[in-house]
Ligand binder design. Structure first.
Ligand SMILES: [Zn+2]
Length: 441
């Protein structure tokens, strides 16, 4: 008998209208809870002169204020340990994770038992969408400890009935041993690690990574696996299908993930999270239609410990579709990068991942590894943008390649760049998240 294509068929194939209806009911309940339990939101609602009766239809959410990461950080600093935005009794918190954040001090995220069950279901649905199934043996070569997608991935993979192998990070020898001993079929890691580990396997074992027999790579925690040229190279290296997922430390470990069609990440949080896409400059809500891009905003629909309303993720996303041959009815998107990483070249926004995309498209003449060298603190970059890129071994006409890459950056990203080509293996490899920019100031 073929394996079921969906973990939760009813909700994953429901009409958008019925999903909205469900979200409307759930959000009403979540707002009742916030008005009753959250001092943080009681204060915000008072300032905005909002009452519970102002929410009747799902669209009324647009009248409610955003929540920012800065607010959560301040709330936690002023009211340790979990902040004024904790809405559950601290005695009911069964686990705490932390989000590392890009700006220093980690912030803590608590879970009640119900929150934990919800994360497990949502994360399991996301892995299932990516193709994780009961016979799979999944090597978890990603963070395990405070990282939100560590223990939550364990719960989710076990929930599916697949085998979870907790290898963690910085342990390539253990990962190799586990893959070989258990005849692993899948690996969960960052795309940077998948690339790093492929090189490591070649160097240490003289084997080709594809000989290890992995069939599925579940990537996440940074953009990359969805970049066509990067994906193509990883798939070629590993002989495996590469899909990516997207979550948020303050909301849930994995909320979007790609089905085997590999054409963008489906929204998997129907009854758990309400997603919005906004214009990051003015906060206006944008329609969720193919081609629309903006900042992703999340509202919790059934959270107890840290329910968040209209939380600005700073993730820039683009909607890739609203239907799919797989039968899922949720929309699909790709994450272009984080607002914090964005560079501005004479008024043009450029995400480092987009530069990597262009350089990677020259594979097999390039390795795909790049570094953008910054002469001044970002986001401002004075043109030409300085890019160091690795050429592959055996490339004869380096001047020609340099010129071609510069031309393609100009035509696709509309910014001037100078490319310095360096031999393969020159740029640093990263075992966790990749660093695409280098400070030279
Ligand atoms: Zn699909």
């Amino acid at each position: 008998m073929p394996l079921a294509p969906y973990l939760d068929r009813r909700i994953e194939t429901a009409s958008p209208r019925s999903v909205q209806k469900l979200q409307e009911v759930q959000l009403g309940k979540q707002l009742n809870y916030l008005f009753a339990r959250s001092v943080f939101y009681q204060e915000k609602f008072r300032t905005a002169r909002l009452q519970r009766k102002h929410f009747r239809k799902l669209k009324d959410i647009e009248r409610f204020p955003f929540t920012t990461k800065e607010e959560l950080r301040e709330s936690q600093a002023a009211h340790p340990p979990l902040g004024k935005h904790i809405a559950a009794d601290i005695d009911d918190v069964i686990r705490v994770h932390s989000s590392t954040g890009t700006t220093g001090k980690p912030s803590l995220v608590g879970l009640t038992r119900r929150d934990s069950r919800m994360w497990t279901r949502l994360t399991a649905r996301s892995f299932y969408t990516q193709g994780a199934r009961k016979p799979d043996i999944v090597i978890h070569a990603a963070g395990l400890t405070l990282f939100v997608a560590g223990l939550s991935s364990k719960d989710a993979i076990e929930h599916i009935g697949a085998m979870f192998v907790p290898v963690g990070t910085g342990a390539s020898e253990k990962a190799l041993m586990a893959i070989q001993m258990l005849k692993a079929t899948a690996m969960h890691c960052t795309p940077s690690y998948a690339a790093y580990f492929a090189d490591w396997v070649r160097r240490e074992t003289k084997m080709e990574p594809r000989e290890l027999g992995l069939k599925k790579l579940f990537c996440g925690a940074e953009p990359g696996a969805g970049i066509p040229a990067v994906r193509a190279k990883l798939q070629e290296d590993w002989g495996a299908r590469v899909t990516e997922g997207l979550g948020n430390a303050d909301m849930a470990p994995i909320i979007f993930s790609e089905c085997p069609e590999q054409s963008g990440m489906h929204f998997n949080g129907q009854e758990f999270v309400l997603p919005e896409i906004i214009d990051p400059d003015n906060g206006n809500v944008l329609p969720i239609e193919t081609g629309v891009s903006g900042e992703l905003v999340y509202t919790s629909l059934q959270r107890e410990c840290v329910p968040l309303l209209r939380f600005r993720t700073r993730d820039r996303v683009e909607v890739l579709g609203t239907s799919c041959p797989c039968g899922r009815t949720s929309f699909k998107l790709r994450c272009i990068g984080r607002t914090d990483d964005m560079l501005i070249v004479l008024g043009v926004n450029v995400f480092p991942s987009a530069v990597k995309d262009v350089v990677s498209s020259f594979h097999p003449r390039t390795t795909g590894e790049i570094q953008i060298v910054l002469d001044q603190p970002p986001p401002k970059v004075t043109p030409p943008m300085k890019i160091t890129a690795e050429h592959a071994g055996g490339v004869s006409n380096l001047d020609g390649l340099k010129h071609e890459i510069e031309q393609k950056i100009k035509s696709t990203l509309t910014v001037a760049a100078t490319v310095t080509l360096v031999p393969p293996g020159t740029l640093p490899r990263y075992e966790m998240k990749g660093q695409l920019v280098k400070k030279a100031y």
